[in-house]
Design a protein around this ligand. Structure first.
Ligand SMILES: [Zn+2]
Length: 441
Protein backbone atom coordinates (compact mmCIF):
# COMPACT_ATOMS: atom_id res chain seq x y z
CA UNK A 1 0.00 0.00 0.00
CA UNK A 2 1.40 3.40 -0.93
CA UNK A 3 1.47 5.99 1.83
CA UNK A 4 -1.03 8.27 0.11
CA UNK A 5 -3.53 5.40 -0.08
CA UNK A 6 -3.62 4.95 3.70
CA UNK A 7 -6.13 7.74 4.43
CA UNK A 8 -8.65 6.33 1.97
CA UNK A 9 -8.02 2.82 3.31
CA UNK A 10 -8.75 4.12 6.85
CA UNK A 11 -12.00 5.72 5.71
CA UNK A 12 -13.11 2.68 3.75
CA UNK A 13 -12.30 0.24 6.59
CA UNK A 14 -14.01 2.44 9.19
CA UNK A 15 -17.18 2.63 7.13
CA UNK A 16 -17.11 -1.16 6.57
CA UNK A 17 -16.77 -1.55 10.34
CA UNK A 18 -19.88 0.53 11.04
CA UNK A 19 -22.31 -2.39 11.64
CA UNK A 20 -19.75 -4.04 13.94
CA UNK A 21 -19.13 -0.77 15.84
CA UNK A 22 -22.87 -0.38 16.38
CA UNK A 23 -23.11 -4.01 17.54
CA UNK A 24 -20.27 -3.53 20.08
CA UNK A 25 -21.72 -0.24 21.33
CA UNK A 26 -25.10 -1.87 21.88
CA UNK A 27 -23.54 -4.90 23.60
CA UNK A 28 -21.85 -2.54 26.06
CA UNK A 29 -24.96 -0.37 26.36
CA UNK A 30 -27.04 -3.39 27.41
CA UNK A 31 -24.73 -4.17 30.31
CA UNK A 32 -23.57 -0.82 31.74
CA UNK A 33 -20.83 -1.02 34.36
CA UNK A 34 -19.96 1.88 36.68
CA UNK A 35 -16.47 2.82 37.84
CA UNK A 36 -14.19 -0.06 38.97
CA UNK A 37 -16.88 -2.58 38.01
CA UNK A 38 -16.19 -2.61 34.24
CA UNK A 39 -15.46 -6.36 34.31
CA UNK A 40 -17.44 -7.53 31.28
CA UNK A 41 -16.46 -4.43 29.31
CA UNK A 42 -12.76 -4.88 30.14
CA UNK A 43 -12.85 -8.60 29.35
CA UNK A 44 -14.45 -7.88 25.98
CA UNK A 45 -11.84 -5.23 25.16
CA UNK A 46 -8.88 -7.39 26.28
CA UNK A 47 -10.06 -10.36 24.21
CA UNK A 48 -10.51 -8.24 21.11
CA UNK A 49 -7.09 -6.55 21.48
CA UNK A 50 -5.30 -9.88 21.98
CA UNK A 51 -6.91 -11.29 18.84
CA UNK A 52 -5.58 -8.27 16.92
CA UNK A 53 -2.02 -8.87 18.12
CA UNK A 54 -1.76 -6.12 20.73
CA UNK A 55 0.26 -6.53 23.92
CA UNK A 56 -2.48 -6.33 26.54
CA UNK A 57 -2.30 -5.14 30.15
CA UNK A 58 -5.19 -5.79 32.53
CA UNK A 59 -5.86 -5.85 36.27
CA UNK A 60 -3.35 -4.35 38.69
CA UNK A 61 -0.96 -3.58 35.81
CA UNK A 62 -3.35 -0.87 34.54
CA UNK A 63 -4.05 1.23 37.62
CA UNK A 64 -1.91 1.88 40.67
CA UNK A 65 -3.92 0.44 43.54
CA UNK A 66 -3.22 3.23 46.05
CA UNK A 67 -4.22 5.94 43.57
CA UNK A 68 -7.68 4.56 42.79
CA UNK A 69 -10.44 6.83 44.10
CA UNK A 70 -14.11 6.19 44.78
CA UNK A 71 -13.75 2.40 44.83
CA UNK A 72 -17.01 0.52 45.54
CA UNK A 73 -17.26 -1.76 48.58
CA UNK A 74 -16.10 -5.41 48.27
CA UNK A 75 -19.76 -6.43 48.66
CA UNK A 76 -20.85 -4.27 45.74
CA UNK A 77 -17.93 -5.54 43.65
CA UNK A 78 -18.81 -9.17 44.35
CA UNK A 79 -22.50 -8.57 43.65
CA UNK A 80 -21.58 -7.06 40.29
CA UNK A 81 -19.24 -9.95 39.49
CA UNK A 82 -22.08 -12.42 40.05
CA UNK A 83 -24.37 -10.32 37.85
CA UNK A 84 -21.76 -10.23 35.07
CA UNK A 85 -21.27 -14.02 35.22
CA UNK A 86 -25.03 -14.56 35.23
CA UNK A 87 -25.24 -12.30 32.18
CA UNK A 88 -23.00 -14.73 30.31
CA UNK A 89 -19.47 -13.46 30.92
CA UNK A 90 -17.25 -16.57 30.67
CA UNK A 91 -15.33 -17.25 33.92
CA UNK A 92 -12.08 -17.84 32.04
CA UNK A 93 -12.08 -14.33 30.60
CA UNK A 94 -11.73 -12.80 34.07
CA UNK A 95 -8.38 -12.64 35.83
CA UNK A 96 -8.37 -12.70 39.65
CA UNK A 97 -7.56 -8.95 39.60
CA UNK A 98 -10.56 -8.18 37.40
CA UNK A 99 -12.79 -10.09 39.78
CA UNK A 100 -11.66 -7.71 42.51
CA UNK A 101 -12.58 -4.67 40.42
CA UNK A 102 -9.19 -3.89 38.88
CA UNK A 103 -10.72 -2.88 35.58
CA UNK A 104 -9.42 -0.97 32.56
CA UNK A 105 -7.23 -2.25 29.73
CA UNK A 106 -4.15 -1.03 27.90
CA UNK A 107 -3.31 -2.27 24.40
CA UNK A 108 0.15 -1.68 22.92
CA UNK A 109 1.08 -2.11 19.26
CA UNK A 110 4.81 -1.76 18.62
CA UNK A 111 5.58 -0.72 15.05
CA UNK A 112 9.31 -0.03 15.14
CA UNK A 113 11.06 3.15 16.20
CA UNK A 114 9.22 6.45 16.40
CA UNK A 115 6.99 8.35 18.78
CA UNK A 116 4.46 6.77 21.13
CA UNK A 117 0.91 7.90 20.45
CA UNK A 118 -1.48 7.49 23.39
CA UNK A 119 -5.21 7.34 22.60
CA UNK A 120 -7.65 7.35 25.50
CA UNK A 121 -11.17 5.89 25.65
CA UNK A 122 -13.26 5.94 28.83
CA UNK A 123 -15.57 2.96 29.34
CA UNK A 124 -17.73 3.44 32.46
CA UNK A 125 -21.47 4.01 32.91
CA UNK A 126 -23.57 6.11 35.30
CA UNK A 127 -25.81 5.20 38.22
CA UNK A 128 -29.13 6.09 36.57
CA UNK A 129 -32.27 4.22 35.59
CA UNK A 130 -32.64 4.21 31.79
CA UNK A 131 -35.93 5.39 30.29
CA UNK A 132 -38.16 2.46 29.22
CA UNK A 133 -40.52 4.44 26.96
CA UNK A 134 -41.03 3.20 23.41
CA UNK A 135 -39.87 6.54 21.99
CA UNK A 136 -36.43 5.91 23.56
CA UNK A 137 -34.51 4.05 20.83
CA UNK A 138 -32.47 1.68 23.08
CA UNK A 139 -35.74 0.55 24.72
CA UNK A 140 -37.59 0.27 21.41
CA UNK A 141 -34.79 -1.68 19.70
CA UNK A 142 -34.03 -3.97 22.63
CA UNK A 143 -30.58 -2.80 23.72
CA UNK A 144 -31.55 -0.73 26.78
CA UNK A 145 -29.74 -1.32 30.06
CA UNK A 146 -30.29 -4.75 31.63
CA UNK A 147 -28.99 -3.52 35.00
CA UNK A 148 -31.51 -1.63 37.14
CA UNK A 149 -30.19 1.78 38.17
CA UNK A 150 -27.24 1.82 35.75
CA UNK A 151 -27.03 3.35 32.32
CA UNK A 152 -24.58 4.50 29.67
CA UNK A 153 -25.86 8.08 29.59
CA UNK A 154 -22.67 9.88 28.58
CA UNK A 155 -21.64 7.91 25.51
CA UNK A 156 -18.73 5.94 27.00
CA UNK A 157 -20.29 2.78 25.48
CA UNK A 158 -19.61 4.52 22.17
CA UNK A 159 -16.10 5.51 23.27
CA UNK A 160 -15.26 1.87 24.08
CA UNK A 161 -16.56 0.77 20.67
CA UNK A 162 -14.60 3.56 18.96
CA UNK A 163 -11.44 2.40 20.77
CA UNK A 164 -11.89 -1.13 19.47
CA UNK A 165 -12.54 0.17 15.96
CA UNK A 166 -9.33 2.21 16.17
CA UNK A 167 -7.50 -0.91 17.37
CA UNK A 168 -8.71 -2.86 14.32
CA UNK A 169 -7.85 -0.22 11.74
CA UNK A 170 -4.40 0.57 13.17
CA UNK A 171 -3.55 -3.15 13.40
CA UNK A 172 -4.49 -3.50 9.73
CA UNK A 173 -2.05 -0.76 8.68
CA UNK A 174 0.70 -1.55 11.19
CA UNK A 175 3.40 -2.09 8.54
CA UNK A 176 2.94 1.54 7.54
CA UNK A 177 3.28 2.93 11.08
CA UNK A 178 6.59 3.93 12.69
CA UNK A 179 6.41 4.10 16.45
CA UNK A 180 4.12 2.74 19.14
CA UNK A 181 0.35 2.85 19.49
CA UNK A 182 -0.88 2.81 23.09
CA UNK A 183 -4.64 2.49 23.60
CA UNK A 184 -5.77 3.42 27.12
CA UNK A 185 -9.23 2.11 28.03
CA UNK A 186 -9.84 4.02 31.25
CA UNK A 187 -12.16 2.90 34.06
CA UNK A 188 -13.98 5.26 36.40
CA UNK A 189 -14.12 8.54 34.47
CA UNK A 190 -17.46 9.50 36.03
CA UNK A 191 -16.67 11.16 39.33
CA UNK A 192 -13.09 11.68 38.07
CA UNK A 193 -11.79 8.50 39.74
CA UNK A 194 -9.66 6.54 37.29
CA UNK A 195 -7.21 8.72 35.34
CA UNK A 196 -4.98 9.51 38.34
CA UNK A 197 -4.42 5.78 38.94
CA UNK A 198 -3.35 5.13 35.31
CA UNK A 199 -1.00 8.11 35.46
CA UNK A 200 0.38 6.93 38.81
CA UNK A 201 1.15 3.54 37.22
CA UNK A 202 3.43 5.36 34.75
CA UNK A 203 1.46 4.65 31.58
CA UNK A 204 1.56 8.24 30.32
CA UNK A 205 5.29 8.73 30.94
CA UNK A 206 6.44 7.49 27.52
CA UNK A 207 3.59 9.07 25.53
CA UNK A 208 4.80 11.85 23.23
CA UNK A 209 1.47 12.62 21.54
CA UNK A 210 -1.80 12.11 23.42
CA UNK A 211 -5.31 12.35 21.99
CA UNK A 212 -8.67 11.93 23.69
CA UNK A 213 -12.17 12.70 22.48
CA UNK A 214 -15.75 12.90 23.67
CA UNK A 215 -18.82 12.58 21.50
CA UNK A 216 -20.76 15.80 21.92
CA UNK A 217 -23.96 17.46 20.69
CA UNK A 218 -23.62 19.91 17.82
CA UNK A 219 -23.76 23.38 19.30
CA UNK A 220 -23.05 26.96 18.41
CA UNK A 221 -19.30 26.65 18.92
CA UNK A 222 -19.10 23.14 17.49
CA UNK A 223 -20.71 23.84 14.13
CA UNK A 224 -18.71 21.16 12.31
CA UNK A 225 -18.22 17.40 12.60
CA UNK A 226 -14.95 17.68 14.51
CA UNK A 227 -13.57 20.14 17.07
CA UNK A 228 -9.90 19.16 17.27
CA UNK A 229 -9.15 20.77 20.63
CA UNK A 230 -10.74 22.03 23.83
CA UNK A 231 -9.53 23.83 26.90
CA UNK A 232 -10.64 24.97 30.30
CA UNK A 233 -12.59 22.08 31.80
CA UNK A 234 -12.87 22.72 35.51
CA UNK A 235 -10.42 21.26 37.98
CA UNK A 236 -12.36 19.46 40.69
CA UNK A 237 -12.04 17.59 43.96
CA UNK A 238 -14.81 15.35 45.35
CA UNK A 239 -15.01 14.44 49.03
CA UNK A 240 -17.07 12.12 51.15
CA UNK A 241 -17.14 13.80 54.58
CA UNK A 242 -17.94 11.85 57.75
CA UNK A 243 -18.68 13.81 60.92
CA UNK A 244 -18.48 11.72 64.09
CA UNK A 245 -19.89 12.89 67.43
CA UNK A 246 -21.41 11.32 70.49
CA UNK A 247 -25.00 10.22 70.95
CA UNK A 248 -26.93 11.27 74.06
CA UNK A 249 -30.54 11.51 75.28
CA UNK A 250 -31.86 14.78 73.86
CA UNK A 251 -34.08 15.39 76.94
CA UNK A 252 -32.08 13.77 79.70
CA UNK A 253 -28.45 14.77 79.08
CA UNK A 254 -27.99 16.72 75.86
CA UNK A 255 -24.81 18.25 77.31
CA UNK A 256 -23.18 14.81 77.12
CA UNK A 257 -23.65 14.59 73.35
CA UNK A 258 -21.64 15.93 70.41
CA UNK A 259 -24.00 16.79 67.60
CA UNK A 260 -22.69 15.59 64.24
CA UNK A 261 -25.82 16.79 62.43
CA UNK A 262 -25.30 20.40 63.57
CA UNK A 263 -21.61 20.17 62.65
CA UNK A 264 -22.54 18.99 59.15
CA UNK A 265 -25.22 21.67 58.71
CA UNK A 266 -22.79 24.37 59.86
CA UNK A 267 -20.30 23.04 57.35
CA UNK A 268 -22.89 22.90 54.53
CA UNK A 269 -23.81 26.58 54.91
CA UNK A 270 -20.23 27.74 55.29
CA UNK A 271 -18.97 25.67 52.36
CA UNK A 272 -21.31 27.72 50.21
CA UNK A 273 -19.85 30.85 51.86
CA UNK A 274 -16.25 30.19 50.72
CA UNK A 275 -15.15 33.47 49.09
CA UNK A 276 -15.17 33.72 45.31
CA UNK A 277 -11.71 33.71 43.68
CA UNK A 278 -10.57 36.71 41.66
CA UNK A 279 -8.52 34.46 39.36
CA UNK A 280 -11.48 32.80 37.67
CA UNK A 281 -14.57 30.67 38.07
CA UNK A 282 -15.15 28.48 41.08
CA UNK A 283 -17.91 26.14 42.22
CA UNK A 284 -18.96 24.37 45.39
CA UNK A 285 -21.81 21.97 45.94
CA UNK A 286 -22.97 19.95 48.92
CA UNK A 287 -24.91 17.28 47.06
CA UNK A 288 -26.08 14.97 49.84
CA UNK A 289 -26.31 15.06 53.63
CA UNK A 290 -27.55 12.22 55.81
CA UNK A 291 -27.62 12.31 59.60
CA UNK A 292 -29.43 11.16 62.69
CA UNK A 293 -31.24 8.10 63.96
CA UNK A 294 -34.27 9.38 65.91
CA UNK A 295 -36.12 12.47 67.12
CA UNK A 296 -34.91 12.32 70.70
CA UNK A 297 -31.30 11.30 70.07
CA UNK A 298 -28.34 13.69 69.69
CA UNK A 299 -27.03 12.58 66.24
CA UNK A 300 -23.58 11.05 66.44
CA UNK A 301 -22.95 10.66 62.72
CA UNK A 302 -23.46 12.71 59.57
CA UNK A 303 -22.26 11.87 56.07
CA UNK A 304 -21.98 14.47 53.34
CA UNK A 305 -20.98 14.27 49.66
CA UNK A 306 -19.47 17.49 48.35
CA UNK A 307 -17.43 18.75 45.44
CA UNK A 308 -15.50 21.88 44.63
CA UNK A 309 -14.33 23.07 41.22
CA UNK A 310 -12.06 25.76 39.84
CA UNK A 311 -11.26 27.23 36.43
CA UNK A 312 -7.59 26.40 37.06
CA UNK A 313 -5.90 23.76 39.17
CA UNK A 314 -4.75 26.54 41.57
CA UNK A 315 -8.29 27.89 42.06
CA UNK A 316 -9.52 24.37 42.76
CA UNK A 317 -6.74 23.86 45.31
CA UNK A 318 -7.91 27.06 47.04
CA UNK A 319 -11.50 25.75 47.08
CA UNK A 320 -10.47 22.29 48.34
CA UNK A 321 -8.27 23.75 51.13
CA UNK A 322 -11.08 26.09 52.15
CA UNK A 323 -13.53 23.17 52.21
CA UNK A 324 -11.24 21.19 54.50
CA UNK A 325 -10.89 24.19 56.85
CA UNK A 326 -14.67 24.72 56.95
CA UNK A 327 -15.41 21.05 57.71
CA UNK A 328 -12.73 20.86 60.40
CA UNK A 329 -13.89 24.13 61.98
CA UNK A 330 -17.53 23.08 61.96
CA UNK A 331 -16.63 19.74 63.57
CA UNK A 332 -14.60 21.52 66.26
CA UNK A 333 -17.50 23.82 67.15
CA UNK A 334 -19.58 20.77 68.13
CA UNK A 335 -16.85 18.67 69.69
CA UNK A 336 -16.96 16.27 66.76
CA UNK A 337 -14.27 14.80 64.57
CA UNK A 338 -14.32 14.79 60.79
CA UNK A 339 -12.85 12.48 58.17
CA UNK A 340 -12.62 13.64 54.55
CA UNK A 341 -12.15 10.92 51.93
CA UNK A 342 -11.10 12.07 48.46
CA UNK A 343 -13.44 10.32 46.01
CA UNK A 344 -12.38 11.90 42.74
CA UNK A 345 -10.15 14.53 41.21
CA UNK A 346 -9.51 16.35 37.94
CA UNK A 347 -7.19 19.19 36.99
CA UNK A 348 -7.43 22.17 34.67
CA UNK A 349 -6.55 21.36 31.08
CA UNK A 350 -5.50 22.86 27.77
CA UNK A 351 -4.94 21.33 24.36
CA UNK A 352 -1.69 22.16 22.53
CA UNK A 353 -2.31 24.51 19.62
CA UNK A 354 0.31 22.85 17.41
CA UNK A 355 -1.42 19.48 17.80
CA UNK A 356 -4.86 21.02 17.20
CA UNK A 357 -3.53 22.55 13.96
CA UNK A 358 -1.94 19.28 12.91
CA UNK A 359 -5.19 17.35 13.41
CA UNK A 360 -7.18 20.08 11.65
CA UNK A 361 -4.78 19.75 8.71
CA UNK A 362 -5.18 15.97 8.67
CA UNK A 363 -8.99 16.27 8.64
CA UNK A 364 -8.90 18.79 5.78
CA UNK A 365 -6.46 16.74 3.72
CA UNK A 366 -7.42 13.13 4.51
CA UNK A 367 -11.08 13.30 5.58
CA UNK A 368 -12.41 16.02 3.27
CA UNK A 369 -16.05 14.98 3.70
CA UNK A 370 -15.84 15.93 7.41
CA UNK A 371 -16.22 19.56 8.44
CA UNK A 372 -14.17 21.27 11.14
CA UNK A 373 -15.87 23.50 13.68
CA UNK A 374 -15.19 27.17 13.02
CA UNK A 375 -13.79 27.42 16.55
CA UNK A 376 -11.22 24.65 16.65
CA UNK A 377 -10.28 25.10 20.30
CA UNK A 378 -13.58 25.26 22.19
CA UNK A 379 -14.06 25.97 25.86
CA UNK A 380 -15.25 23.15 28.10
CA UNK A 381 -17.15 23.45 31.34
CA UNK A 382 -17.81 20.42 33.49
CA UNK A 383 -14.78 18.43 34.56
CA UNK A 384 -12.84 15.56 32.99
CA UNK A 385 -10.04 13.57 34.52
CA UNK A 386 -8.37 13.20 31.12
CA UNK A 387 -6.86 16.50 32.29
CA UNK A 388 -4.54 14.57 34.63
CA UNK A 389 -3.28 12.46 31.71
CA UNK A 390 -2.85 15.50 29.45
CA UNK A 391 -0.96 17.43 32.13
CA UNK A 392 1.37 14.47 32.71
CA UNK A 393 2.18 14.17 28.99
CA UNK A 394 2.67 17.94 28.65
CA UNK A 395 4.83 18.13 31.79
CA UNK A 396 7.20 15.63 30.17
CA UNK A 397 7.43 17.61 26.93
CA UNK A 398 4.72 15.82 24.96
CA UNK A 399 1.69 17.21 23.16
CA UNK A 400 -1.94 16.56 24.09
CA UNK A 401 -5.39 17.40 22.85
CA UNK A 402 -8.94 16.62 23.90
CA UNK A 403 -11.25 16.69 20.87
CA UNK A 404 -14.99 16.62 20.35
CA UNK A 405 -16.66 14.63 17.59
CA UNK A 406 -20.15 15.99 17.08
CA UNK A 407 -23.40 14.10 16.68
CA UNK A 408 -27.13 14.66 16.99
CA UNK A 409 -28.27 13.48 20.41
CA UNK A 410 -31.64 12.46 21.85
CA UNK A 411 -31.76 13.77 25.39
CA UNK A 412 -28.91 15.55 27.12
CA UNK A 413 -25.87 13.70 28.44
CA UNK A 414 -26.39 12.38 31.99
CA UNK A 415 -30.18 12.17 31.53
CA UNK A 416 -32.33 9.04 31.28
CA UNK A 417 -33.34 9.71 27.65
CA UNK A 418 -29.78 10.13 26.40
CA UNK A 419 -28.96 8.49 23.08
CA UNK A 420 -26.82 9.44 20.09
CA UNK A 421 -26.64 8.94 16.33
CA UNK A 422 -24.35 5.93 15.93
CA UNK A 423 -22.76 7.28 12.74
CA UNK A 424 -20.45 9.16 15.10
CA UNK A 425 -18.71 5.85 15.88
CA UNK A 426 -17.10 5.32 12.47
CA UNK A 427 -16.54 9.08 12.11
CA UNK A 428 -14.56 9.08 15.37
CA UNK A 429 -12.56 6.01 14.32
CA UNK A 430 -11.56 7.83 11.14
CA UNK A 431 -10.42 10.95 13.00
CA UNK A 432 -8.37 9.03 15.58
CA UNK A 433 -6.79 6.75 12.97
CA UNK A 434 -6.01 9.48 10.43
CA UNK A 435 -4.34 11.53 13.17
CA UNK A 436 -2.37 8.58 14.56
CA UNK A 437 -1.31 7.45 11.07
CA UNK A 438 -0.08 10.96 10.28
CA UNK A 439 1.95 11.19 13.49
CA UNK A 440 3.40 7.69 12.99
CA UNK A 441 3.99 7.95 9.23
ZN1 LIG B 1 -18.45 11.44 29.51
Amino acid sequence: MENHIIPSYISQTASELEPWLIHIRREIHRFPETGWLEMRTSAMIAKELRALGYEVLTGRAVCKEAARMGVPSPQETQAHLQRALAFGLPEEELTPDMREGFTGVIGILRCGSGPTVGLRFDIDALGMQECADADHKPAREGFASAIPGKMHACGHDGHAAIGLGVAKVLAAIREHLHGTVKLLFQPGEEGARGARAMVAAGHLDDVSVFIGSHIAPTGSLDDGDVTPGTYGSLATTKYDVIFSGKAAHAGGHPENGSNALIAACTAALNLHAIPRHSGGQSRVNVGTLRAGTGRNVIPDRAVMELEVRGETTDINVFMARSAVAVCEGAANMQGCTVEMIKMGEAEGQHSDLSLIERIAGVVKRDLPDLTLSSIQNAQNWGSEDISIMMNRVQARGGLATYMRVMTPMAGAQHTVRFDFDEQVLSRSVRVFCAAAADILK
